[in-house]
Write a protein of this length. Structure first.
Length: 318
């Protein structure tokens, strides 16, 4: 099998994953609306909303993509242990990418777009911890790191890392997550390539998701936002203001911690950039023609178009 055929098959496996995800989610949402099982907005996302949104990803899309990906030859590789400093590098990538995605989404949609993840992040359903902190990291790292990299690394570690991160970012299907998913995907992929131990990127992914979907919303929920707006307008008495101060203090402390971790992670990224190691591959693709081989094939092009379509839909149909 040639390199062009390999990446074309990888592209079709990704197409099958995202295509089946779209089809199953549309079908499930239609069934739920007809049956009247959709939870009212006052009740949050609800169990049915969680299952309808994420069950198709982990029970259908990624397994189907894997079934097709298995037809592509894979390689194994010895790895090395991971240092704990990699966790710090997640913070600047996560928050800078999130800022870029949020600003760009607001700019392109005229402020009308809504982050599709917010409803799930602020939902108090106990299933959130299972889905966001356990299932998402396990399934997504297994597919986008282990499977994609094992099936493409023989053509170059840089090629495999970039493919893994780009496919991972596009699969999210919205601009809000696109940039930080790509940046974190590069870090997670490099960690996997160097260690060849899936538990390392899974653990990093779990911590990132825990911070973003559990700790962050928990801290924000400690502050009465309506009361805070009244303070800003000068329409609150002293007693109510005093009651508001502890929550604001927690929020400010959390913000300072995040800023500190992000600065430390950025410094670490800069200092370690020159120490990145990429081992030569058996069938390393030459720089000339690498893009055409990896991305300019029917499978990869269709996958990109499907995901871009999801991003556009999330901006104007939300």
């Amino acid at each position: 099998m040639t390199a062009k055929q390999t990446f074309n098959r990888i592209g079709w496996a990704l197409c099958a994953a995202v295509g089946s995800l779209i089809a199953v989610q549309i079908a499930l949402n239609a069934i739920l609306r007809v049956s009247g099982l959709v939870a009212p907005e006052s009740e949050g996302v609800g169990w049915v909303g969680w299952l309808a949104s994420f069950l198709p990803v982990y029970a259908c899309a990624l397994p189907l993509g894997y079934c097709l990906l298995r037809r592509v030859p894979a390689e194994g590789h010895d790895g090395t242990p991971l240092g704990g400093k990699n966790l710090l590098m997640c913070f600047p990538l996560m928050y800078a990418g999130n800022l870029i995605g949020t600003l760009l989404s607001a700019l392109l949609s005229g402020g009308a777009a809504e982050n599709p993840l917010l409803g799930f992040a602020f939902d108090d359903n106990p299933i959130k911890l299972l889905v966001m902190v356990v299932l998402a990291p396990l399934f997504e790292e297994w597919f986008f790191r282990k499977q994609l990299i094992d099936h493409s690394a023989r053509y170059g570690e840089k090629t495999a890392i970039l493919l893994s991160a780009l496919a991972f970012a596009l699969f999210h299907g919205n601009l809000y997550q696109l940039f930080y998913a790509f940046a974190l995907g590069l870090l997670f992929a490099y960690v996997y390539v160097r260690t060849r131990r899936l538990r390392y990127p899974v653990l990093l992914h779990m911590i990132v998701n825990f911070m973003g979907t559990v700790v962050g919303p928990l801290v924000l929920s400690a502050v009465d936002m309506e009361a805070l707006e009244q303070v800003q307008s000068g329409a609150m008495d002293e007693a109510a203001l005093t009651a508001l101060l502890p929550g604001v203090g927690v929020l400010m402390l959390y913000g300072l911690v995040i800023i500190g971790l992000s600065i430390a992670g950025l410094v670490l990224l800069i200092l370690r950039a020159h120490r990145l190691v990429f081992l030569p591959a058996e069938e390393e693709l030459p720089k000339e023609g690498r893009f055409q081989t990896v991305y300019a094939n029917a499978g990869m092009i269709l996958y990109a178009l499907l995901c871009i379509g999801l991003c556009v839909a999330s901006l104007f149909l939300s």
